[in-house]
Design a protein around this ligand. Structure first.
Ligand code: NAP
Length: 642
């Protein structure tokens, strides 16, 4: 049988149930059934998923033994048969005791301070109530401008709508989605599980794959903005040119240009900047660039009209974007030369491109909140599993070992073995594809074998000698080779450290934000900058999470903090708030010191996580709980308020 769109649990035969259970994600199946039935005896200790380290990803079925897997299927079958016989599926109330018991079953003992974070991520509707801001206490009405309708901007809009604050979103593009709208190169997809790369307050049970393709991610944001009517509050095709703080009126004057080039001014008490970090494509300056006669493009500005069929193509870069483009185009082009400056570490992920099996999709549909517990388990294993592998042990000889600690070294060995297997027939390539730097010093790339398949193809060459110059007909490297090319694809990343460019933001006494930063963007909790009152950044400096969380939880946390600050201003009968300079400085000292203790902070490795001064300007170095806890409450002692 097929699990058609309409098949309900009540119509399913025993064979249907058995078939579906064959492909079920088992670690969270009994917990989900326990949750909806309220029968906590289903949390059988003998069928509990083991707590295993997940430095290289969750093991299949959470590491449950074959016997345990059969036990879970059998027990789940009985529960599903009973629900079918009863003719109705209970609506769980999500009582605290059951939720905590189920969480503990999946995670082991939960430290008390973690429980609130985990409950928030579980995102049960009854636990996601946002307290409205008491506007009636304010002497005047307040309004807010959100810049950007990507992932963070929409999260902010949703939250402020719940809190009862009037806002307008200004978006330069014609649609929502930010980076997912702009990037549409072949192969573009999530390399974070999409259950985790979705809002805790807008979870979804019908993802087609676990690492979803770009169109589906974009559709998620589009549908979210329609379902919540947030779209009505977005002015598309509207780009911010500048914002100026008016000290007398305590408000921002914001100059915007619409898609007709018409300039208008908005006023707002608060600005939320949600402009992202990765949207200013970086095209490296290479000698002779003007001579090249062929076509060229950056991955983020993909020209779909440029037909690559039968062409000689050069791709510069081997980061996340290149990793997705190269396997998607190599079979259609005549010749492909990949210019690699640093080899990437690959994170083995066998199901990276696989659809979620039909049986599993059906179970997600008919068992309420199963998808939520699955997302919860993904989230937990990610935040608990990887952080320690990225921490530097100061007593470890990283130059001798190519790793930053014993744990990191064990990971290096596993990842090296993976590469050895992938490139087993090509010793010439193997010596080029093993990175020289420790794992987690740069972003790892999820791999299901697609990389080796592309690089070992007869029409593909991996060039590792540094690029010297472009010529009329291609790319010349320092070893004297010249590689002919009809098309050059720059997969060279973004000017990530140029935060909030090209906007001009004038704060107290007319100081411009980029003059204040002097090329070294910093913000308290990545959100607040002294001299820029009532101005909040989302996905700001030092809020990128590598081994310690996800970008969605970081953005939701920053939105919460901004809301709590705004609540402080409005409910306290004030006009404005700014971060104290000493608090900002102390925070930066702490974050800089902690980043130096992480694999991505070691001085000998360059990456987009660092700015021109070698400071890690992107990443959050502490456990996620630290960010989450610090963004729960706005402490008046940290601010100047007037
Ligand atoms: P990236 O990680 O910065 O990679 C750029 C690549 O270009 C690197 O291999 C870099 O080499 C190389 N490069 C840069 N300048 C060069 C030059 N002058 N000569 C030769 N090589 C040069 O950029 P990205 O791949 O676009 O990814 C950026 C970030 O975007 C990712 O880390 C990720 O956060 C996000 N992203 C996410 C997804 C996803 O979720 N699916 C997909 C794409 C991107 P070096 O390493 O030696 O500097």
């Amino acid at each position: 049988m097929g699990f058609g769109a309409d098949l309900t649990l009540f119509e399913a035969s025993d064979d249907d149930l058995r078939n579906a259970l064959k492909s079920a994600e088992l670690p969270t199946l009994l917990p989900s059934l326990a949750y909806i039935t309220g029968d906590l005896s289903l949390l059988d200790p003998d069928l509990r998923p083991p707590i295993v380290p997940v430095a290289i990803g969750r093991p299949a079925q959470g590491g449950l033994s074959a016997e345990q897997q059969e036990g879970i299927r059998e027990l789940a079958l009985q529960v599903l048969q009973k629900l079918r016989g009863d003719g109705f599926i209970p609506t769980p109330e999500g009582d605290e005791r059951s939720v905590l018991a189920i969480m503990e079953y999946l995670t082991g003992d939960i430290p008390e301070d973690y429980a609130a974070l985990l409950k928030s991520e579980l995102g049960l509707p009854q636990q996601k109530v946002i307290k409205p801001v008491l506007q009636e206490k304010a002497k005047e009405s307040f309004n807010l401008i959100i810049i950007g309708a990507g992932m963070s901007g929409l999260a902010a809009a949703y939250t402020f709508a719940q809190a009862g604050i009037s806002f307008t979103v200004l978006e330069k593009n014609p649609d929502v989605g930010g980076t997912w709208l702009e990037n549409h190169y072949p192969g573009c997809r999530l390399d974070t599980g999409n259950f985790a790369y979705s809002y805790s307050f807008a979870q979804k049970n019908d993802w087609p794959t676990e690492y979803t393709e770009r169109d589906e991610v974009l559709r998620y944001f589009q549908e979210f903005s329609k379902r919540t009517s947030l779209r009505d509050s977005i002015r598309f095709g509207t780009e911010i040119i500048s914002a100026r703080w008016d000290e007398t009126a305590s408000r921002w004057d914001i100059q915007v240009k619409d898609d007709q080039g018409i300039i208008t001014t908005y006023n707002a008490n608060f600005i939320i900047s949600a402009v992202g970090q990765l949207n200013r494509p970086k095209i490296p300056q290479i000698q002779g660039q003007e001579l090249f006669q062929g076509a060229w493009m950056h991955t983020a500005n993909w020209n779909s009209d440029l037909d690559l069929e039968g062409k000689r193509v050069a791709v510069i870069g081997t980061g996340s974007s290149a990793y997705q483009v190269i396997p998607s185009i190599y079979s259609q082009v005549k010749e492909l030369v990949v210019f690699q400056r640093s080899a990437p570490w690959l994170l083995p992920t066998p199901n990276y491109h696989d659809p979620i099996p039909d049986g599993q999709k059906w179970l997600f549909r008919v068992i309420p909140e199963y998808h939520r517990w699955f997302r919860f388990y993904q989230f937990w294993t990610n935040i608990k599993g990887r952080y320690r592998y990225s921490k530097v042990d100061p007593n470890w000889d990283r130059f001798a070992n190519g790793s930053v600690s014993e744990a990191n070294d064990s990971l290096r060995k596993v990842l090296t073995e993976y590469l050895e297997t992938q490139f087993s027939g090509r010793p010439d390539l193997l010596k080029k594809v093993i990175p020289k730097y420790p794992p987690y010093s740069k972003r790892m790339l999820r791999d299901n074998g697609a990389w080796a398949k592309a690089l070992t193809s007869p029409n593909v060459t991996l060039a590792t000698d540094p690029i010297e110059r472009l010529t009329e007909g291609g790319i010349a490297t320092q070893d004297g080779q010249e590689y002919p090319a009809d098309v050059i694809i720059y997969a060279t990343g973004f000017n990530a450290s140029d935060f909030l460019q090209p906007m001009q933001i004038f704060g107290m006494s007319g100081v411009e934000l980029h003059d204040f930063w002097q090329g070294d963007a910093r913000a308290y909790l990545g959100i607040l900058i002294p001299n820029f009152p009532n101005f909040f950044c989302l996905y700001g400096p030092n809020t990128n999470f590598l081994t310690n969380g996800s970008i969605t939880v970081a953005s939701e946390s920053a939105v919460n903090f901004a809301l709590e600050c705004i609540r402080l201003v409005i409910e306290g009968g004030h006009k404005a708030l700014q971060c104290r300079f000493d608090v900002f400085q102390e925070f930066n000292r702490e974050i800089d010191a902690a980043n130096q203790q992480m694999a991505w902070g070691i001085p000998e490795v360059k990456s987009w996580y660092k700015n021109q001064f070698g400071r890690v300007s992107q990443n959050w170095p502490l456990p996620l709980l630290e960010y989450w806890a610090r963004t729960r409450v706005a402490n008046p002692d940290d601010f100047e308020i007037w």
